[in-house]
Design a protein around this ligand. Structure first.
Ligand code: F6P
Length: 356
């Protein structure tokens, strides 16, 4: 009998449950004698040996559900291989428990951090197949991650609602959109929701340029929407001393990135600003139909790789087709929005300002 472990790690998103559903359904059909072991709370479940044997009925109904029924916890790559007082690291415990559970393979659904850890564990001999999950769409080597499409729709719906109240009150709103260090989500949400300006980590920001653009917008209509990616000032933040930071993601002196941009506009144009932050709402709720279809494709290929015993890889969309990459080739690499991205160029050509 084959024993396949499955876990979800890092920040959750819509699409995790359907991806688990797809992997499981396809595994049951491709491998005759198989047992699927659910590992709870991501890698933490392998460190603490918190698992449960899953039966086909456990996967029913997952196709349409948000979140992850296996739950998720972030494990930091920095500490995964640090030895404790007994000389044992978390990675050592994972390897030991993988063998104790007698697993033939481990499926990991996660983002960049998850893939870095997966690569390390693969080098230690674990048979791993990954799936690319994150609302940030920032996994190197795949054109799209699952969870992204749903988050774009949720963000666009959110800003549609901001648009009407902004128009009623002749206001300028700054909306902060998640994305860690990359601007994919802010760009897609901003363009699809008709933002007037979008501030991305990939494009150097000038408050003066933003205010010039807003002055023009406010001559044409009575309100404006500025979308700012949460990572827009990540580079500046990293340069700051720790004590000057409010937190990893907050600029000193402001409660949020949206507040900082709002302050620049308020000072520059002498007007009142409102800010809005959907935050984790972008990760919640039911997966879009597109994400459901996408996870079916990714899951089917992942199950095929397991059946063929192709390990040390992660499923990816490459040139429009579902394929896979070696973990060693993608782990730790970034996928920023390139300056010639077609949506970015389209946005520029219709007059959306990038404050540069
Ligand atoms: O990686 C997904 C993500 O939602 C990022 O966009 C964001 O920076 C981060 O996770 C938030 O993480 P947490 O759930 O730990 O607040």
């Amino acid at each position: 009998m084959k024993r396949i472990g499955i876990l979800t790690s890092g920040g959750d998103c819509a699409g995790l449950n359907p991806a688990i559903y797809a992997v499981a359904k396809a595994i049951y059909r491709k491998i005759d004698d198989v047992e699927i072991i659910g590992i709870l709370d991501g890698y933490t479940g392998l460190i603490d040996l918190n698992t449960k044997v899953l039966k086909p009925k456990d996967f029913e109904g997952l196709l349409t559900k948000g979140g992850t029924f296996l739950r998720s916890i972030r494990q930091s790559f920095k500490t995964i291989d640090v030895k404790d007082e007994n000389g044992i690291s978390k990675a050592d415990k994972i390897v030991k428990n993988y063998n104790k559970l007698d697993l033939d393979a481990l499926v990991v659904l996660g983002g960049n951090g998850t893939h870095k850890i997966a690569n390390l564990l693969s080098e230690r001999g674990l048979n791993i197949v990954g799936l690319p999950k994150t609302i940030d769409n920032d996994i190197f080597g795949t054109e799209e991650t699952f969870g992204y499409d749903t988050a774009v729709q949720v963000g666009a719906d959110y800003i549609d609602r901001i648009q009407t109240t902004a128009a009623s009150h002749s206001r300028v709103f700054v909306v902060e959109i998640m994305g860690n260090k990359v601007g994919w989500l802010a760009l897609s949400v901003g363009v699809s929701a008709g933002a007037d300006a979008i501030i991305l980590p990939e494009i150097p920001y000038s408050a003066e340029k933003l205010n010039d653009a807003l002055k023009k917008t406010l001559k044409e209509k009575n309100y404006a929407i500025v979308v700012v990616s949460e990572g827009a000032f990540a580079k500046e933040e990293r340069k700051m001393k720790n004590k000057e930071r409010l937190s990893e993601r907050k600029l000193a002196g402001f409660n949020s990135i949206a507040d900082k941009v709002g302050d620049d506009i308020a000072k520059g144009l002498g007007i009142e600003i409102r800010t809005a932050i959907p935050g984790h709402v972008l990760r919640g709720g039911e997966p879009s139909a597109r994400d459901r279809n996408y996870t079916m494709q990714l899951g089917a290929v992942a199950a095929g790789l397991i059946a063929d015993e192709v390990y040390g890889v992660t499923v990816a969309k490459v040139n429009g087709r579902i394929s896979f990459n070696q973990l060693s080739e993608i782990a730790g690499k970034a996928k920023p929005v390139p300056e010639d991205d077609s949506l970015l160029l389209a946005a520029r050509s219709i007059g959306i300002s990038f404050a540069d």
